[in-house]
Design a binder for this molecule. Structure first.
Ligand code: BYC
Ligand code: FE
Ligand code: FE
Length: 470
C-alpha cells in the first residue's frame, strides 16, 4: 500500500537528492503507521470524494476523485519561486532572501518550524473519532479533507526539517510522530492542540478559530526571509481556505437551525438543536483558547523573530515601515489589581499586532452569524466575541481574572460565574447526546441546517463517502 517515493508528488526535484530521498523513505512508513493508529477511526477503507494537490498549477492543486485515505498522495509542494526575492522586513530588510538556513538563525527557525509542524498531526489526533457521529455525508467528507491536508502540512514541514536541518531535523521529524494530543507524558506543544474535540460543535469552532490562527501564523511565515519556508507556507494557505470555510459555515448552519426553531416559537432543546447560549459558550471557549496561540502580548521571541527576518506581519508589503524600529504599541495589562496602559517597542508587540488582524477577521465571521440569526427571524439576540483579556492562559492577562467584557474581576467572582461563560459539563453532555451519525445521502442531523451547496459543483445529496465495498 505504501507508495514508492518516486510517486510522491513534489515540485522539489526529490529524485535528485539521494540522501534526502533515503531519509524521507525511512520516515514515510512511520507516518503511515501513525495515520493508521491515530488518524480517522473506522473509515480507513472507505472511498472519500477528496481533492488532492498534484501540482501547484491552477488546474493541478485541486483534483477531485474517490480516494481511500491511506492512499491519499501526500505531496511536497512549494509555491513557485518569484524572481529574486528580497527579505521584506527586519534588520536584514532588502537583502536577498535565503535559500539555506543561516547558521545564526538555525535554532530559532527549527523551533518555529517544529511548532508549526506539531499542530498539524495534533489536529488529526483530536478529530479522530468524529467520523462516527458525522451529521451528514457532506460533513464527513469535509472533515476527512481537512484531516488529509493537515497530514500534508506535516509532510511539508518534515520536508523542510529533513532538507535543511540534518540530523537534528530527522530527530525532530520522529518526535512529531511520537507526541500525542492530550497525552500527559508526551503532549503536543501548544495548549489548544491538547484540548478534546469530542463533538462536532467543537470541531466547527476549532476549524473556525484555531485553523484561523493557522492562517495568520502561516501568513506571517509566508513573509519569511528563509525562502523555502515562505514558499511552503504560501502553498499551505491555498488549502487552509477550505478548512476555514468548513468551520465558519459549520457554525453558521448550527446557528441557522437554532434560529429557525426559535423563530417558530420552538425551544431548541426540545427539538434536538443547540440553544444559543450553548453556542455562545463554545464560541467563548474556542476563541480564547485560540487567542493564546499568538503567544504573549509582549514577547522578546517575537521581536527576535522579526528582527532576524524569520517571521513578518500579516501582509507585510502593506506596512508603512518594514524595520518597525521607531514605532511603539500601546496596550493595557493588569498590574496589582488594576489595568494599566503600557507602551512597548513595536517589535516586542508583534504577537499582539498579528492577534489584532485575527480578531478583526473573527468579528467579521460573528457578524455573518448574526445576520443569519436575523435572516432566520430572530431579532434582539446576537452572538459576541468576548474580550481578548477573558479566559487567557498565556500572556499578562493570564495572571488575573476578567469577565467576557474584559473587566477585571475577583477570582471568587470568576469562579462563581464561569459556568455561564465557558463550556460546562452539562453543555458537553448535552451536545454529546445530540451526536448521532447520519449517513443517508442528502440527510442532515437535527441540530444543523443543510449546506447551501455541495462540493466541487456536486449536489448536496451526492454520495461523498462510499463504503469500502461499494
Ligand atoms: N501554548 O514569547 P512568547 C495551525 C510559550 S495553528 C503553550 O509569548 P512566542 C493549525 C512559548 O513557546 C498555527 N505554550 O511566545 C491550526 C514560550 O516558551 P519558552 C501554528 C505557549 O514564542 C489548526 C513562552 O510561552 N503555528 O497551523 O512569541 C489545525 C513565552 O511565549 C503558547 C505557529 O504557532 C501556547 N499557546 O509565540 C492545524 C507558528 N504560547 O520560550 C494546524 C510558529 C506561547 O518560554 N510558532 N507559549 O520556552 C510561533 O511563532 C510561536 O512559537 C508562537 C508563540 C506564536 C506560538
Ligand atoms: Fe494545517
Ligand atoms: Fe487547517
Amino acid at each position: 500500500m505504501a507508495q514508492s517515493l518516486e510517486s510522491i508528488p513534489n515540485n522539489v526535484d526529490l529524485s535528485s537528492d539521494r540522501r534526502l530521498q533515503r531519509a524521507l523513505e525511512q520516515w514515510q512508513p512511520n507516518f503511515l503507521s501513525w495515520w493508521r493508529e491515530v488518524g480517522p477511526e473506522g473509515f480507513q477503507a472507505h472511498q472519500i470524494y477528496l481533492r488532492t494537490a498534484v501540482s501547484v498549477e491552477p488546474d493541478g492543486w485541486a483534483t477531485f476523485d474517490y480516494v481511500r485515505m491511506p492512499e491519499y498522495r501526500w505531496g511536497i509542494f512549494l509555491a513557485p519561486r518569484s524572481g529574486e526575492r528580497k527579505i521584506g522586513f527586519g534588520d536584514n530588510f532588502g537583502e536577498p532572501a535565503w535559500d539555506d538556513v543561516p547558521g545564526e538563525h538555525r535554532n530559532a527557525l527549527r523551533r518555529i518550524i517544529v511548532t508549526q509542524a506539531d499542530t498539524e498531526p495534533a489536529s488529526v489526533e483530536q478529530q479522530r473519532l468524529l467520523g462516527k457521529v458525522a451529521p451528514s455525508l457532506y460533513d464527513l467528507r469535509n472533515i476527512f479533507q481537512v484531516n488529509v491536508e493537515e497530514g500534508r502540512h506535516l509532510w511539508a514541514m518534515v520536508y523542510l526539517l529533513h532538507r535543511h536541518f540534518g540530523r537534528d531535523g530527522r530527530e525532530e521529524a520522529e518526535e512529531l510522530l511520537a507526541r500525542r494530543s492530550g497525552s500527559s507524558d508526551k503532549p503536543r506543544i501548544l495548549n489548544a492542540f491538547n484540548e478534546p474535540i469530542d463533538d462536532w460543535l467543537s470541531f466547527f469552532m476549532f476549524a473556525m478559530f484555531t485553523d484561523r490562527d493557522g492562517k495568520y501564523q502561516l501568513s506571517a511565515l509566508a513573509e519569511s526571509g528563509f525562502d523555502p519556508l515562505a514558499r511552503t507556507t504560501r502553498f499551505m494557505l491555498t488549502e487552509e481556505a477550505h478548512h476555514l470555510f468548513v468551520g465558519e459555515m459549520g457554525v453558521d448552519r448550527v446557528v441557522q437551525r437554532t434560529a429557525e426553531l426559535m423563530a417558530q416559537g420552538k425551544e431548541p432543546r426540545k427539538e434536538g438543536a443547540v440553544p444559543l447560549d450553548v453556542i455562545q459558550r463554545y464560541l467563548n471557549q474556542w476563541f480564547t483558547l485560540s487567542l493564546d496561540l499568538f503567544g504573549g502580548e509582549v514577547s522578546s521571541n517575537a521581536a527576535d523573530f522579526f528582527a532576524a527576518g524569520l517571521k513578518g506581519r500579516f501582509r507585510e508589503d502593506d506596512q508603512p515601515e518594514h524595520k518597525a524600529l521607531s514605532a511603539s504599541y500601546r496596550l493595557e495589562v493588569p498590574e496589582n489589581g488594576a489595568l494599566i496602559e503600557q507602551e512597548v517597542p513595536l517589535r516586542n508587540a508583534m504577537n499582539e499586532v498579528l492577534r489584532d488582524e485575527y480578531v478583526k477577521d473573527c468579528q467579521r465571521a460573528v457578524d455573518r452569524w448574526n445576520k443569519t440569526l436575523l435572516r432566520s427571524g430572530v431579532s434582539g439576540l446576537s452572538l459576541r466575541l468576548p474580550s481578548r483579556r477573558f479566559h487567557r492562559g498565556v500572556g499578562p492577562c493570564a495572571t488575573a481574572t476578567f469577565d467576557p467584557e474584559g473587566r477585571l474581576i475577583s477570582e471568587a467572582e470568576y469562579e462563581a460565574r464561569k459556568g455561564g461563560w465557558l463550556i460546562s459539563e452539562a453543555d458537553r453532555a448535552y451536545v454529546q447526546a445530540l451526536m448521532h451519525p447520519v449517513y443517508q445521502r442528502g440527510k442532515v442531523a437535527s441540530w444543523i441546517a443543510p449546506p447551501a451547496k455541495g462540493i466541487n459543483g456536486m449536489p448536496v445529496e451526492f454520495e461523498y463517502v462510499k463504503p469500502p465495498d461499494a
